[in-house]
Design a protein around this ligand. Structure first.
Ligand SMILES: Cc1cc2nc3c(=O)[nH]c(=O)nc-3n(C[C@H](O)[C@H](O)[C@H](O)COP(=O)(O)O)c2cc1C
Length: 192
């Protein structure tokens, strides 16, 4: 069986991002259990705000095509999203919107979301830990016909969750992340 490939996508570009730290902690756990992990930054895939006129005039931007192919080259995907006003930030929604517009030869539009396992996580300084962003993201991905695993992680009080090496320091958080990692691996393996 080929090595299981997992793509980790943090949904924040901010220096010191709590979600980028969670994405890094998850990538470490995926690697620890033998998965081949790619952790990207959406800063490397800049995209304009979706505009149908822009798409009609210039087509889907190369970065959306590259990101779609990057997703397609992995068996499972973890998206770690901040919560903005009880939903996902524009960066996350806009990126997904553009990727759903990509249509490679012999594929239907948005096909990359089908038949692939996704996991979702969030980190926030609030008590809810980005739970409402997760509900929104689950809905968006489900509408794209993605398989979104039941486990998710909403990391509450994330400002106090990491040590000075940016590792999760509280055992319940480490266990919750471990459960998410294991379930994404299990479901991705079954879908290979
Ligand atoms: C426009 C905006 C709206 C926000 N709304 C929420 C919110 O609804 N719930 C929440 O828990 N945090 C909210 N926050 C705080 C973010 O969760 C916090 O800034 C977080 O650290 C952002 O993620 P990052 O550290 O990965 O960049 C909001 C922040 C911004 C800038």
């Amino acid at each position: 069986m080929p090595a299981l490939k997992i793509l980790v996508i943090p949904g924040s570009l901010r220096t010191g991002s709590l979600n980028a730290k969670l994405a890094a902690a998850a990538a470490y756990q995926f690697a620890h259990v033998g998965a081949e992990v790619t952790r990207i930054s959406l800063a490397d895939f800049p995209l304009p705000l979706y505009d149908g006129d822009l798409q009609s005039k210039s087509g889907v931007p190369k970065n959306a095509i590259n990101l779609k192919r990057m997703i397609g080259a992995h068996h499972g995907v973890l998206i770690v999203t901040p919560e903005y006003n009880a939903s996902v930030p524009p960066l996350v929604k806009n990126t997904i919107d553009w990727v759903t517009r990509v249509q490679d030869a012999h594929e239907t539009r948005g096909q990359v979301f089908r038949g692939r396992a996704f996991a979702i996580a969030a980190a926030s300084e609030s008590r809810l830990g980005g739970m409402r962003a997760l509900a929104a993201l689950r809905l968006i991905l489900s509408a794209c016909h993605a398989t979104v695993i039941p486990n998710q992680l909403a990391l509450s009080f994330a400002g106090q969750a990491y040590d000075d090496m940016d590792r999760l320091k509280h055992p319940p958080d480490i266990e919750a992340l471990g459960a998410l990692v294991r379930q994404l691996i299990d479901v991705s393996q079954r879908m290979m």
